[in-house]
Design a protein around this ligand. Structure first.
Ligand SMILES: C[S@@+](CC[C@H](N)C(=O)[O-])C[C@H]1O[C@@H](n2cnc3c(N)ncnc32)[C@H](O)[C@@H]1O
Length: 269
């Protein structure tokens, strides 16, 4: 999918669940519809902790962006699979520390375009791009990406809770490699990935809920398979761990859900 100009109204079918709106519901937002909530609630019937797991994932993202902006000095973020650019998202965190920080949000759910125009008008240094991780070249060449990001300066590539939606057949490892190859040394990869590989009951419920709506989920990947996304990079401490364990503050809750979401942050040298 190539970039759609944000002024073009996009047809959005709210009778089918949309991943960005489902995630909004998981985070306690209001930008969702009954079809989105029904799928989430079906999974939550087996593991009510999925709401807390989504929150823990978003909190990992916030800690990673804060670390990169404050401690590392990163000023450019390419956030693919961003979800709706609402709530306490990347630009709010980064620009509170460095107002000049630039953020491009990319998602393949057309719902993001609904928010794009008002957000881009209201906030500085933000672009919202409709794009698909299965077509990484299109993302790199999208006018919104080219306009805002300077590929001669380090960029943080954020692939947070999105790669489990990219099937093996599309080779998500190659997509990540292609994106990283376009970034200069000193760039970073921030990644999280659901892994239901060792969870029989929750995996079965989740697979059934998604399959019923013809949405492909690839959450059966193991930790070792997820670790392969970091090959060739310098994985920073504490390595690939559960979201709640990644540089968590002392008070952060531990093990909020049966769902396992691995998280890591690495440097391209
Ligand atoms: C669980 S949300 C994660 C949102 C945000 N990254 C976070 O972790 O807080 C996953 C998002 O990835 C998007 N997505 C799924 N497959 C995608 C693909 N192939 N290309 C781009 N975005 C995709 C969905 O539409 C959804 O908004």
């Amino acid at each position: 999918m190539s970039e759609t100009p944000i002024k073009t109204p996009v047809e959005i079918d709210t009778t089918r669940p949309g991943l960005a709106r489902m995630y909004d519901y998981l985070l306690g937002g209001t930008e969702n519809h009954p079809a989105d909530r029904a799928l989430v609630d079906e999974i939550a019937a087996t593991d009510p902790g999925v709401f807390a797991a989504a929150r823990a994932n978003r909190d990992f993202l916030i800690r990673a962006v804060r670390f990169l902006t404050e401690d590392v000095g990163i000023r450019q973020f390419l956030d693919i699979g961003s979800g709706l650019p609402t709530q306490d998202n990347v630009h709010a965190v980064a620009q509170a520390i460095a107002p000049e920080a630039r953020v491009v949000y990319v998602d393949n759910d057309p719902t993001i375009t609904v928010h794009a125009e008002s957000l881009v008008r209201a906030e500085k240094n933000i672009e919202v791009v409709l794009g698909d991780l299965g077509r990484p070249e299109d993302i790199l060449n999208a006018p919104g990406v080219r306009r805002l990001l300077d590929f001669d300066e380090p960029v943080a590539l954020l692939l947070v809770a999105v790669l489990h939606f990219v099937p093996d057949a599309e080779d998500p490892w190659a997509a990540v490699r292609l994106l990283l190859d376009a970034l200069p040394p000193g760039s970073y990869l921030v990644l999280s990935h659901v892994s239901l590989a060792e969870l029989d009951e929750l995996a079965a419920t989740t697979d059934r809920a998604f399959e019923k709506r013809s949405i492909e989920l690839n959450a059966n990947r193991t930790k070792a398979q997820i670790a392969r996304f970091f090959e060739g990079l310098e994985l920073l401490e504490p390595g690939l761990v559960e979201t709640t364990e990644w540089r968590a503050e002392q008070t952060a809750p531990r093990k909020v859900s049966d769902m396992v979401i691995y998280a890591g942050l690495a440097r391209k040298n």
